[in-house]
Ligand binder design. Structure first.
Ligand code: EPU
Length: 433
């Protein structure tokens, strides 16, 4: 077993380079299943969720070749209509269901196990299914398998109004509609940066997708897609996480390779809290030399404050002056990490989707804690960097699903962090709820 040991209280100084966006990569890689030619995809983050989606694609018959650390060639010409990814792989990640949209579009049929992913309570996929059915597929869910098939082999464009702006449903419907007959209009579509990135990738292969980044996306189906060369955008959430790391530990760090526009909502909140942020063309300089101030945060779909940054900013607010309110507006159950922050001395009351955080002005203290999901783990790292003493974080496989080289990146700016092999007997026990 492996854990992170972090000795907090060191201010951070230097430069961090941001990797490609994980949530864009896990949509763009399956989108390469649509192409008749070879795709060269650059700036792919080396994280375990990406490794997993690539394993799934290989099982489906795609040829995947690493040409550089973050660049892959993908050839999907040998992918067969009846290929199926093993349950053991699919259940381990949410984004495996993007194979469904890609297969339906290319072959008119798809069969995928119900997906897994972080546990934030119930995670239905009714909006995806509603979209596939509107495009003419017959969808059945039986014995943990989702089966979708179009009677005449080709989907037909239509208008789809999502009940809410689901990121996953928007992506899956975009994939499905790309090779459909006619025009598909997705209304109340999600607007996250990775939706725009996927649209740009699809268009680079010859698709006709317009309006991504607004709440109405129009997809005119084309007959076939070609290979292309494409570089994935920088990771908004990874950048935001390092911004909160500086807020928590103090210091001055240049965060390179970012799109400042994508970070505006995070920049605005951290500025309210007393963090100084200087915006350059593709970098931010983040510094914090005074104690943090309280604020209120509501996690919402883009362009609101990202739910995937809610735990990390809450970790900073634990040692701010005053009482803050953090509201989760996307997921039912995204406060499971709070019990772990309490082990470090945080004073937090949770009521449904609201957390009231009373800042502990003397700061948090290191403790053994357990990551229960990806961003929960990131929040514990952020908290530990600002805490006094040593924090040992277990469950780090969650963190490594989404953060490339986190130990190296933080060590390079002066954090005292290491990854340590431990025996099962020494492992940190999970909180029993
Ligand atoms: N929902 C439904 N029905 C659906 C789809 C979603 O009820 O058919 C509900 C969900 O239960 C949730 C809300 O709608 O309450 C939002 O879900 P959404 O579909 O937008 O999320 P997702 O596509 O499953 C992606 C990211 C998550 C991120 C959310 C929200 C990926 C692979 N995952 O999930 O990222 O939290 O959007 O922005 O893109 C992470 O990176 O740590 C992460 C969890």
């Amino acid at each position: 077993m492996v854990q992170y040991n972090i000795r907090g209280g060191n201010s951070l100084s230097g430069t961090i380079d941001i990797s490609g966006a994980k949530n864009a990569a896990v949509a763009i890689l399956p989108a390469a299943l649509l192409a008749a030619g070879v795709c060269r995809i650059e700036n792919i983050p080396k994280v375990s969720d990406v490794t997993l989606i690539l394993e799934i694609m290989r099982e489906l018959g795609a040829e995947v070749r690493l040409v550089k650390k973050n660049t892959l060639l993908i050839d999907s010409s040998n992918v067969k209509r009846d290929s199926q990814a093993p349950y053991e792989l699919v259940r381990r990640m949410r984004a495996s269901y993007y194979v469904m949209g890609a297969f339906l579009s290319r072959f008119g049929c798809a069969q995928v196990s119900m997906p897994g992913g972080c546990d934030f309570g119930v995670r239905p996929i009714d909006q995806h299914i509603k979209g596939f059915e509107a495009l003419g597929a017959k969808v059945t869910v039986q014995a943990g398998l989702i089966h979708a098939e179009v009677p005449n082999g080709r989907l037909t464009g239509t208008q789809i109004f999502l009940d809410f702006a689901s990121v996953g449903a928007t992506i899956n419907i975009m994939l499905a509609a790309t090779l459909a007959d006619g025009v598909t209009v997705i209304e109340n579509a999600a607007r996250e940066p990775h939706i725009v990135d996927l649209a740009n990738f699809l268009n680079s292969m010859g698709a006709d997708v317009k309006g991504a980044g607004t709440d109405i996306i129009k997809i005119r189906g084309v007959k076939c897609l070609n290979g292309s060369v494409y570089a994935i955008i920088p990771d908004q959430i990874e950048a935001g996480t390092y911004m909160t790391a500086v807020a928590s530990a103090g210091g001055r760090v240049k965060i390179n390779n970012v799109i400042p526009k994508h970070l505006e909502c995070i920049t605005a909140k951290l500025t309210e809290m007393g963090v100084e942020i200087e915006e350059l063309d593709d970098a931010l300089i983040v510094s914090r030399s005074h104690p943090l101030r309280r604020t209120n945060v509501k996690a919402l779909p883009y362009p609101g404050f990202p739910t995937d940054m809610q735990p990390q900013i809450a970790a900073c607010l634990c040692s701010a002056h005053g009482t803050s309110m953090v509201t989760e507006g996307v997921w039912d159950n995204r406060f499971r990490y709070i019990d772990e922050l309490k082990r470090m001395g945080a004073k937090i009351q949770v009521d449904g989707r609201l957390a009231v955080i009373e800042g502990v002005e003397t700061g948090l203290t290191g403790a053994p804690v357990q990551a229960c999901d990806l961003r929960a783990g990131a929040a514990l790292v952020v908290a530990a960097l600002g805490a006094s003493g040593q924090t040992k974080i277990g469950g780090i496989h969650h963190i490594e699903r989404g953060y490339e080289d986190i130990i190296e990146k933080l060590s390079n700016v002066g954090a005292k962090i290491c990854r340590k092999e431990i025996s099962e007997a020494d492992a940190i026990p999970a909180t029993i709820s």
